[in-house]
Design a protein around this ligand. Sequence first.
Ligand code: HC1
Length: 568
Amino acid sequence: MITLTIDNQTVTVKAGSTILEAAQKAGFNIPTLCYLKDINVVGACRICVVEVQGARTLIPACVAPVDEGMVVRTATPAVIKARKFVLELILSDHPMECLKCVRNQNCELQKLAEEFGVTDIRFEGAKTSHTIDDSSPAIQRDPRKCILCRRCISVCGNIQTVNALTADNKGFDAVIAPAFNERLANMECVQCGQCSLVCPTGAIQEKNDVDKVWAALADPNKHVIVQTAPSVRLQIGEIMGAEPGSIVTGQMVAGLRRLGFHKVFDTNFSADVTVMEEGNELLRRINTGDLLPMITSCSPGWVKFIEHFYPDLLPHLSTCKSPQQMFGALAKTYYAKKVNIDPANIVCVSVMPCTAKKFECSRPEMFSSGYQDVDVVLTTRELGRMFKQARFDVINLPEEEYDAPLGITTGAGQIFGASGGVMEATLRTVCEMVTGKELKNINFTVCRGLAGVKEATLQLGNLQLKVAIINALGNARKVLEKIRAGEADYHFIEVMACPGGCIGGGGGPIPTSNEIRLKRIDAIYTEDAGMVLRKSHDNPAIKKLYAEFLEKPLSDKSHELLHTHYTP
Ligand code: HC1
């Protein structure tokens, strides 16, 4: 252990800790911009400088290790002056478009400039000229707003192992961009949006589709329906001012109805359909000796990752479409027929915690109703913007229920939003199918939590089922390498592209940290525990869907609408 003094307070921390970690442990609030715990520790921005007795210069606290007897001061006049200087330098090459920036009032740079009273920029001069890259269907880059902090490079390279972004050039010409300043659409970017979640400014954000939805709602000839993903009901509360982990399902439904959506439906419904289809596909593969392990395919960033980097392993993907896409296909066939509305006049909007869903809905495989199955995808952040534009105090609205039938759901559908949820939901159904007996305990807690790779072996009658659950693409890469090497004897693997699963999706609230992810995960399982029905095969609306329309899981109709094959 190391003992040092910070602002006259004695602090003891583990050897190898940084000054920033020691200060945070002792309750000091040193400002940071480039630093991101466990992800980006590069000392690029210098806003965290502190005075260390005996040192000739100010020291960046985020990268400097503590030393025995060190004397640190975090807020001397020299420190404050230096931090303000750093901010002025950053702002001297910033477009200053705060009023029309998507991150206005949620920008780390803006907040620090306000805190440090930066009202004049003494170094006005040449500005770099960069063009906005809106080539990707999901992500938009505006390098003019980039402060070169490198958080996006770290999350894309170290956590996701995608490496779509890099630092090019030096000094004034430095830019964070795809290699050779290529456009994002031409890179292996999987559109997971984790870069937008960690960007301190508005340099990386989702493609804005809010106006498309207002236009649809204004069209008297359109029947506009909306589906909300499992994790949106807790993420949207945070965006509207509630504490992380608050569940505002009924309030969100009320808000959506007030925005003018004709029907408010739930992706949890089609998550239940996914369980029926995927569970049966798994048992078919096991019983017929077909290719194993089977890997989930509901996370579109993950699907793009395997397409780009491991195309030889694509046959391992379940043929099931994601719940978002199953919903769209059913909305424009089953639901359209039920309510006697021409599917050409249905606009199907999704609200997702995910940027990659914007890309998924436009894939050529996703037109099985005869139309684009899902027309517009909004991230949770964009829905927050719509609520704010409408000036709805959503978290205090009286609660309302989802519409039937595509809003009748179970706890199994709900838990899809957390890493391990797809696996647990599927196990609840598959176990009862295999054993023919009702499960005494439906909580497969081994599936839960933030660990990057979780494994379990379950005895289902005579079947010993080996499963793995993976979140974040860097962890997926490790397991895919094992599959390639013939060293993975799993039957079934869940992969979610984003750390923590969809509750940590790239379209969610900013900031998102592991502490916040854990609160959202708790909320997901609380919501599940409070539901009357918690197994997909018990959902009466699902039973009716099969009786009236699909016939049975894996039927020809199911294959036509709900399954696909991905090709690189
Ligand atoms: Fe997800 Fe899914 S859980 S992918 O994370 O399978 O986005 O929440 O909607 O489609 O149901 C996202 C979340 C979501 C799908 C479901």
